[in-house]
Design a protein around this ligand. Structure first.
Ligand SMILES: O=P(O)(O)OC[C@@H](O)[C@@H](O)c1c[nH]c2ccccc12
Length: 269
């Protein structure tokens, strides 16, 4: 069984337990009490390379990365460092995240928040909105094409923006065919967990103009941000190097400064 399939087994088990406990109607009710979702798209389209910073405790490849006892405080640091949005991993078994983390971060920051999880049903989209997320991740490799299309439509009807993640040329084509407006190219293969930093360079040109391109995973510092920007990234999503590195606020600020580098100014937006 691939790592992705193993992760999805755990996700399904946790999801079934939550669905037993919390009826969909309760989530809809909670969602209706949230302020409207924030629109991340214009922020991602702004000049230069924007930084999405991730609250990430653990990963399946490395195990525990950081003991994040206060995810809200970390998110505030990210926001004050200039992150355009915050990604919160909510998967429990392999990433040690939770919807409580999402709720805590929502209460602490004003920027848009991405629910980073393995979303396979619309119930999870309602959970995302009920806990204050503005954006939901949809992973092409985890979904049949019909499911991908219907989850994009459902997310939009709930007011969520979707970030559709691809790792291969075929997955980029599927994302485009499904109508994705924001495509994340993940350098990590979720079947093997290996990171190939040439992935964005190879696949970015398959994303049509007008669709936002986000480079995900394996970004270690400012130099990578500039390189990915030169390859056409509108934004980068960074987790591990921020939670394991130096002080997060200034680490984000350094990435933000790189994203505003003059070498990236003549890129078409
Ligand atoms: O920690 P990194 O290498 O900076 O990567 C962040 C993010 O891209 C990664 O956490 C991620 C990308 N796609 C995912 C899908 C599910 C879980 C996690 C992810």
């Amino acid at each position: 069984m691939s790592v992705l399939e193993e992760i999805l087994d755990g996700v399904r088990a946790d999801l079934a337990a939550r669905q037993e406990r919390i009826p969909l109607g309760n989530l809809k009710e909670l969602a209706s009490k949230q302020p409207p979702a924030r629109d991340v798209t214009p922020l991602l389209r702004s000049p230069g390379v924007s930084i999405l910073a991730e609250v990430k405790r653990s990963s399946p490849s490395k195990g525990s990365l950081a003991d994040i006892s206060d995810p809200a405080a970390l998110a505030v640091d990210y926001e004050s460092g200039g992150a355009v949005a915050i990604s919160v991993l909510t998967e429990g078994q392999r990433f040690n995240g939770s919807l409580d983390d999402l709720r805590a971060v929502r209460a602490a920051v004003d920027v848009p928040i991405l629910r980073k999880d393995f979303i396979i049903t619309s119930y999870q989209l309602w959970e995302a909105r009920a806990h204050g997320a503005d954006v939901a991740l949809l992973i092409v490799a985890a979904l049949e094409q019909n499911a991908l299309v219907s989850l994009i439509e459902r997310a939009e009807s709930i007011g969520l923006t979707t970030l559709v993640e691809a790792h291969t040329a075929d997955e980029v084509h599927r994302a485009v065919d499904a109508g994705a407006r924001i495509i994340g190219i993940n350098a990590r293969d979720l079947n093997t967990l290996e990171v190939d930093t040439s992935t964005f360079h190879r696949l970015a040109s398959l994303v049509p103009d007008g669709v936002v391109r986000i480079a995900e995973s394996g970004v270690r510092g400012p130099h990578d941000v500039i390189e990915l920007g030169q390859d056409g990234a509108d934004a980068v999503l960074v987790g591990e190097s921020l939670v394991t590195g130096k002080e997060p606020r200034s680490a984000v600020a350094d990435l933000v400064a790189a994203g505003a580098h003059p070498a990236l100014n003549n890129r078409s937006q």
